[in-house]
Write a protein that binds this ligand. Structure first.
Ligand code: SF4
Length: 306
């Protein structure tokens, strides 16, 4: 399963309960501590910071829990089954073999505390497994797994990209006639044409890290939206430079935010899904505002219909 490859160190000290100074009189005024930036950056860390710096601070500096929801857990289970399937010999990569792997792996997922926290009853558990299985079986709508020349699965890639210590985990590296391909599975909804290019930033960064660590530049980067479609592009120098420069910009912004100890709350529709909303006054206000305007719209529609 994918792991979040960021880790952070905070220099923030614990509060001095009771307000009694623990410092000896000669120690002088206490210098306020500032958050330390993480030692490296992953695509998910960069994405969270760009979405909302405040949320990033809760997650990566304060290290508050961000438990995966049902969809993320079903996606992780599907990833795990496909990882094991693609480690089999080509002729063994069949739907029946995937079903066998899923049956073998399920007890481990079922026992995980994150899954247990969902509190599923029997019917909900069945629906969860059905959803994960639909993603797994969806691979055959996109490719013949037996025809894939796999080089590696769940490949850890770590490299310095445009001065940024980068780390990521690539779902699959494979070989085609003209070179290496970076592939990532996605179990969520495939993006509309307008957003397809930006979704490829993650796999382009993986391609850049693969080149930096092996000397070989992948020829293509692609996302397999399981059961839906493949979104991909040829890798070239210009695209690699564009995504690594963007990563460097995010890294600089993270350093500035940490140095200033200022993490802007970037409110929007995603506040409703933010695990930290109860600790964020701006996000709480945003959720209330959206609920109010939704209620107003529904009242208007009811008035028009009556
Ligand atoms: S509630 Fe919204 S603004 Fe607040 S941290 Fe979460 S995403 Fe950011």
């Amino acid at each position: 399963m994918k792991l979040d490859s960021d880790s952070t160190v905070s220099t923030s000290s614990a509060s001095n309960e009771g307000g009694v100074s623990a410092s000896p009189d000669f120690a002088g005024p206490t210098i306020p501590s500032i958050p330390a930036p993480p030692p490296r950056l992953s695509p998910s860390g960069a994405g969270t910071f760009n979405q909302c710096p405040r949320r990033w601070k809760f997650r990566y500096i304060d290290r508050l829990e961000d438990p995966p929801g049902e969809d993320a857990l079903a996606g992780s289970f599907a990833h795990r089954v496909l990882e094991l399937l693609m480690q089999r010999r080509p002729a063994q990569r069949t739907v029946d073999e995937a079903r066998l792997i899923a049956r073998t792996e399920w007890p481990e997922t079922e026992a995980m505390s994150d899954y247990q926290a969902l509190g599923h009853n029997e019917e909900e558990s069945r629906l969860f497994r059905w959803k994960a299985w639909a993603a797994i079986e969806g691979l055959w709508r996109l490719e013949d797994p037996a025809a894939v020349d796999v080089r590696a699965t769940e490949q850890d890639v770590e490299a310095e990209l445009a001065g940024v210590p980068f780390r990521g985990i690539v779902d699959r590296l494979e070989e085609e006639g003209d070179g290496m391909i970076v592939t990532d599975y996605k179990s969520g909804k495939a993006p509309s044409p307008r957003f397809r290019r930006s979704r490829l930033d993650q796999v382009l960064l993986y391609a850049a890290a693969v080149e930096a660590s092996t000397g070989e530049m992948p020829v293509r980067a692609r996302l397999l939206y399981l059961g839906q479609r493949t979104v991909g592009m040829d890798v070239n120098r210009r695209e690699i430079e564009a995504v690594t420069e963007k990563l460097a910009g995010t890294w600089a912004d993270i350093h500035t935010a940490c140095a200033d100890d200022e993490f802007e709350p970037r409110t929007g529709p995603l506040c409703g899904w933010c695990p930290y909303v109860s600790m964020c006054p701006q996000g709480t206000a945003e959720v209330a505002k959206r609920a109010d305007s939704k209620a107003d719209r529904e009242a208007e529609l009811l008035a028009m219909a009556s």
